[in-house]
Design a protein around this ligand. Structure first.
Ligand SMILES: Cc1ncc(COP(=O)(O)O)c(C=O)c1O
Length: 431
């Protein structure tokens, strides 16, 4: 059995995990491969066990896409012919494991015992007090609860998906796993998943931003299709990638529904999540798509301002186009060339969003707001991704009734952002 070995070229691990835009390149060795497709009992209960990956129980099919990776006009597979066959194999495998009792049990156990699920739904008393003061109502203002994905093993929601997909890679008999990481959270999660399944993992860095790391990882995958699994960290790319990532992340919303019931005997009124490309947002939202009385709110990075050209606010100012294998909203110029995104939260520097997120915008089911770097720094949550996007957006506050139960997805912890904070001068609220 091998352990996870992380090699970094030229710089210490902490740097790669914080500011570098690295690419994880993992090599699997000595893993028992399951190639059989034994259809066993579907795991369906009305109240699934803690940490379980949910199966689909909701009927609102319209909002859930056509099952073939199409959400309205978004999604699809815009890929060269050579990729069609591996993507079809992946789709078959994914559809199989969704209903495979053995797979689901192993994943549920790993999420509970390795990741530490379920993550708490925490009443944030001081944040509640803060919003009470600025909401200027005579009553109590909204109540803020944090879904603490930052307390997961490795410090973010990324591990939920990394584990699920590593298990699929193992089933497909892939000898290598390639993944792209921006801020490092998905890189660490992939390395941890590889460690769990005795896979060897090497970290390389590439020049550029998160989008360049994805391009490089896809290039590497395309050149090694026979042996390599591309482990996508977010809900972009050709079908079935967005669907798979969303499915593995939807444990967040399932838990939230149960916990809300336990805590206050009802549902949340509002769900808030940052939108880099959309995996933590969809992870929280998906369970509630059919609950029309639950508002879904995404927050994008406005960087230095929407007029500055330095932001990642794809939904606010982007247009529809094709990038990295699917159709969605993108930041692009008049010629369709992709624009360079910017955010203080490195993992948010992606010039697009997942197709399902675009569809939620266009269908009007979700609302989207923006927050600048400055607003992010002045926020209170630990991670910039969570600060900037998942702090309740100022524009939302006047629309919240007194006592509204607002769940904010705290998607990751903030130690990796400390360097940036120190460089910019720590705000007094965080000292
Ligand atoms: C902690 C954390 N939250 C959010 C994001 C943004 O990605 P997504 O929108 O897919 O959740 C990232 C991306 O690196 C992240 O590391």
């Amino acid at each position: 059995m091998s352990s996870t070995k992380i090699q970094i070229r030229g710089q210490p691990l902490s740097k790669v995990l914080t500011r570098n835009h690295g690419m994880i390149n993992s090599v699997v060795c000595g893993v028992p491969i399951k190639r059989h497709h034994r259809v066993s009992n579907v795991l369906r209960t009305s109240d699934p066990p803690l940490g379980s990956v949910p199966t689909r129980t909701d009927e609102s099919q319209f909002l859930r896409g056509d099952g073939n990776g199409r959400f309205g006009r978004f999604g699809g597979k815009f890929v060269p012919e050579t990729l069609m066959s591996p993507l079809r194999d992946l789709e078959d495998e994914f559809n199989f494991v969704l209903n495979d009792h053995e797979f689901q049990e192993e994943l549920t156990t790993a999420l509970r015992d390795y990741v530490g699920r379920e993550t708490p739904l925490y009443f944030a008393g001081r944040l509640t007090e803060h919003y009470k003061n600025i909401s200027q109502t005579t009553g109590g203002g909204p109540e803020i609860y944090l879904k603490r994905e930052d307390l997961s093993h490795c410090g973010s929601h990324k591990i939920n998906n990394a584990l699920g997909q590593a298990m699929i890679a193992r089933r497909l008999g892939c000898k290598r796993v390639v993944a792209a990481t921006g801020a490092g959270q998905h890189g660490v999660a992939t390395a941890a998943a590889c460690a769990k399944f005795s896979m060897e993992c090497t970290v390389k860095s590439v020049e550029g931003t998160f989008k360049d790391a994805i391009s490089e990882a896809i290039r590497n995958w395309v050149g090694n299709l026979e042996t390599t699994y591309y482990l996508s960290g977010t809900v972009v790319g050709p079908h079935p990638s967005p669907l798979m990532v969303r499915e593995f992340q939807s444990v967040i919303g399932k838990e939230t529904r149960r916990q809300a019931k336990q805590l206050w005997g009802g549902k949340p009124d509002v769900l808030v999540a940052c939108v880099g490309s959309g995996s933590n947002a969809l992870g929280l939202f998906h369970e509630f798509l059919g609950d029309e009385d639950v508002r879904l709110v995404g927050v994008e990075a406005a960087g230095l301002g929407l007029d500055s050209g330095k932001h990642s606010a794809t939904l606010a100012v982007g247009d529809v186009g094709v990038y990295h294998g699917s159709m969605s909203y993108l930041l692009q110029d008049d010629q369709g060339q992709i624009l360079k995104p910017h955010s203080i939260g490195v993992g948010l520097e992606y010039p697009g969003v997942g197709p399902e997120i675009s569809f939620l915008k266009e269908s009007g089911r979700a609302e989207f707001y923006t927050a600048t770097d400055q607003e992010a720094i002045g926020g209170n949550n630990p991670s910039f991704r969570s600060i900037s996007r998942a702090g309740v957006p100022r524009q939302l506050v006047p629309t919240l009734r007194d006592g509204a139960k607002v769940v904010v997805n705290c998607s990751g912890r903030g130690d990796k952002d400390l360097d940036t904070l120190i460089q910019r001068g720590m705000p007094s609220s965080l000292c």
